[in-house]
Design a protein around this ligand. Sequence first.
Ligand code: TYD
Ligand code: MG
Length: 462
Amino acid sequence: MAKEKTVFFCKECGFEVSKWQGQCPGCHAWNTLVEAPSLGKGKKSRAMSPAALGQFRADKPARLNEIESQKECRLTTGMSELDRVLGGGIVPGSLILVGGDPGIGKSTLLLQVCRLLSDKSIKVLYVSGEESARQIKMRAERIGKFSDELYLYSETCMGTILQAVEQIQPGILIVDSIQTIFEEGVDAAPGSVSQVREVTGTLLQLAKSKNITVFIVGHVTKEGNVAGPRMLEHMVDTVLYFEGDKTAMYRILRGVKNRFGSTNEVGVFEMRNQGLMEVPDPSAFMLEGRLEHEAGSVVACTMEGSRAFLIEVQALVCQTNFPMPRRTAVGTDFNRVNLLMAVLEKRLGIRMGDCDAYVNVAGGMKVMEPALDLALVAALLSSHSGQSLPDGTLLFGEVGLVGEVRAVSQAEQRVAEAIKSGYDRCILPESNRQSILKAGNLDVSGMKLAGIKHIREITNLF
Ligand code: TYD
Ligand code: MG
């Protein structure tokens, strides 16, 4: 018997080579090539098959202007935070990947989607390769009452799942998770590169040929990629990531790729006992429990996609008792905090070299954007001097190495959010202030805009 031919796939990008190498020629990542059986001639990969796209095919090329535009009908789930991330609802026949750390709430979210859709008399089939139907039932009992249109199936074999789809004819199929499902013809373990590729190919074909919307759950590796080849992300229409600190209650659903909408949207949820709740006003949620007039606490405004959030930034600066001062940053970039402290020391002559400094973005959010700089500087200054900023003040702006305060993007939305949340004073980069006033789109009558050009001007504002 001839030895079965094998090839090597890159786990990151899906690049295929015939011989093992230390480095992937495609994405130059190291140690990412894994062995997988070659699909051979007769078994052409379905993932690559044009049949999957059959229904989109035309006989000949056509002029763009002559193609009839079609008002795509969207199916709203009724969960507005999710609909927003999807670009206004589910496009029937699309393939949607929901990624996230284990335990973040992917299964819970999808079960809630199942509930909302089955309430609209849409047949939903929820296939789980991770939990038994009983376990899912237990979770469902926490969430609420379900209609008769929801079918559960605990199965991992793709062939059997296809039979069930044939039998039930659902409008929505949920596959939880892609890493547990296997295709019989492929000689590799579930979750391996070739299995994930084949199973996704089959699901893609199913979605496009039968117009079934398929949600795929995918686990995320430590590096933050969906485990399995990056190819998975290329194959699906929409990639959503569910993220958040497991210890914090809130979760953010982020669109990373969307063929039918913008990827600038985020949805905010809170994990409660009865499942995930939408958080329509995240700013109020993030600032809950904040104490006014406390030195070392300031309010900043950050953007997540096209949404503005008010968050609390805290700093604690105190004389060190260690030979090397301690510095920590939770929820923001540690190196950035060190850099800003060096700027404060050099440009304002404030001695912080012998101080411990602890910085925290309260509420468990992670904010990496430079617009947070000004708030970090203000929080550090406030804790160091023991003075607090007046109530109702917030700040945003990027700080450069000479201490200059630079403009940030979407300043208008940030100020609008501050007004909405009842703030009446905003410290911001002078150039942003001028552009907001010049554009005149925003009614800033109730808001005092304090534009600054250099961080030394902040000290007068305490
Ligand atoms: P789960 O959806 O199983 O996560 P994933 O599918 O992403 O691995 O949910 C995980 C956590 O959510 C679990 O630790 C329990 C918690 N949870 C609640 O707090 N409230 C609830 O109503 C439910 C259903 C789960
Ligand atoms: Mg799960």
